[in-house]
Design a protein around this ligand. Structure first.
Ligand SMILES: *Cc1c(COP(=O)(O)O)cnc(C)c1O
Length: 392
């Protein structure tokens, strides 16, 4: 008897429910139009917001780093794996974000999970938006602090929880995504920051989907809302708009020094290859020198949203390039996604447990590099397939 037979049963159940997902295989560069599984499709499923995954300056920087430094760092940061490029990148990001210091992790996931679990313990409290990213949730669990979840963007509920906790023992952390990854709405940071300040809580924002998208030159939601100096812990990613791989935490020099000593992914997992650090460094130059990319991203975002709304789609509460097309049941979202793919558009079906039951959707993300012709074609396919399926 196979002791893992229960996994096969679970898989069979998913196939039955229509929620089993085969991996789509990308056979070309990640671009606005790419080939997946042998089919050329308009790619509305990547986080490559600014087209930096294939930017010539990033490519060159990566190649040059490989030539000079090889392909690996050889160790974790605290042993012998801190290269000049890693330090340059951290200093570059800290300057960009207008903070004292920055630490780069292997991914945004590692940044969140490693930071929350390092700075809090079992006697502490975390007040967290119900739609916060999985890496925040895992970090909260790893910290063993008490977790208080508030309804999505309900700043009064968050403030109320903080008020109740204020007189009791333990440290308090208030944490929110800057942009929510499944709905594309922006976190209510001004009210959250005020609540944190009123009740003496630490404020932490995960700007994975805001990095390179919101704020001046893509500095994120803290810059977007003018909250500089009032958010103690800013997390960002290098894997989405920045086009490469990694995550970072920005804050005070002492926060960063503390994480150098205590964040477990930093201590126990090997640092980025030099090519990754070099490509990220080049990306920050591009962010500052090619503002037209962010402009194009937002123009495309407005154009595509208008097109979807005009066709009668329910696009939820999105305020960013992430636009969900609400469908309802998970099976239907996956069917819709498969049908779109057959017609030349890649957009991911997302259902429970990634989003609540009954709130399944096909998620679209436009990028700066989509042409108007591509967006028109995508809109035409969305409309035709949705009419056929009775979604609109
Ligand atoms: C994508 C994402 C992460 C993880 O970032 P990676 O660099 O891909 O590990 C963290 N938080 C949020 C909100 C995200 O959307």
């Amino acid at each position: 008897m196979d002791p893992l037979a229960y996994l096969s049963e679970q898989l069979a159940g998913w196939r039955e429910a229509g929620t089993y997902q085969r991996l789509r295989i990308l056979e070309t560069e990640a671009a606005a139009e790419s080939r997946f599984d042998g089919r050329e499709v308009i790619n509305l499923a990547s986080n490559n917001y600014l087209g930096l995954t294939t930017h010539p300056r990033l490519r060159e920087a990566a190649l040059e780093a490989v030539r000079r430094y090889g392909v690996g760092s050889g160790a974790v940061r605290t042993i012998s794996g801190t290269m000049t490029l890693h330090m340059e990148l951290e200093e570059r990001i800290a300057r960009f974000k207008n903070v004292e210091a920055c630490v780069v992790f292997q991914s945004g996931f590692a940044a969140n999970a490693g930071t929350v679990s390092a700075i809090l313990g079992p006697d502490d409290h975390i007040v967290s938006d119900t739609l916060n990213h999985a890496s925040i949730i895992d970090g909260c669990r790893l910290s063993r602090a008490k977790i208080h979840v508030f309804p999505h963007k309900d700043t009064q509920a968050a403030a109320q929880i903080l008020a109740q906790l204020a007189s009791g023992p333990g440290r308090k952390l208030l944490i929110s995504d800057g942009v929510f990854s499944m709905d594309g709405d922006i976190g209510p940071l001004p009210a959250l920051v005020e609540a944190a300040e009123r009740h003496g809580a630490i404020m932490m924002v995960d700007d994975a989907h805001a990095s390179g998208v919101l704020g001046r030159a893509g500095r994120g939601t803290i810059d977007h809302f003018g909250l500089h100096g009032r958010v103690q812990i800013q997390v960002g990613t290098l894997s989405k708009a920045v086009g490469v791989l990694g995550g970072y935490v920005c804050g005070s020099r002492d926060l960063i020094e503390f994480l150098y000593h205590r964040a477990r992914p930093f201590l126990f997992s090997t640092s980025h290859p030099p090519a990754v650090a070099a490509a990220c460094l080049a990306a920050f130059d591009v962010l500052e020198q090619e503002p037209e990319r962010i402009e194009a991203l937002w123009n495309n975002t407005r154009y595509f949203k208008q097109g979807l709304a005009g066709a009668g789609f329910d696009t939820g509460l999105s305020e960013t390039p992430i636009t969900p097309v609400m469908v309802g049941e998970a099976r239907r979202a996956h069917e819709f996604s498969r049908a779109l793919f057959e017609e030349g558009v890649l957009a991911t079906g997302i259902g429970f447990p990634t989003v609540p039951e009954g709130k399944a959707r096909v998620r679209t993300i436009v990028t700066a590099t989509h042409t108007q012709a591509q967006l028109d074609r995508a809109l035409e396919v969305f409309t035709r397939v949705a009419r056929r399926m009775g979604i609109i």
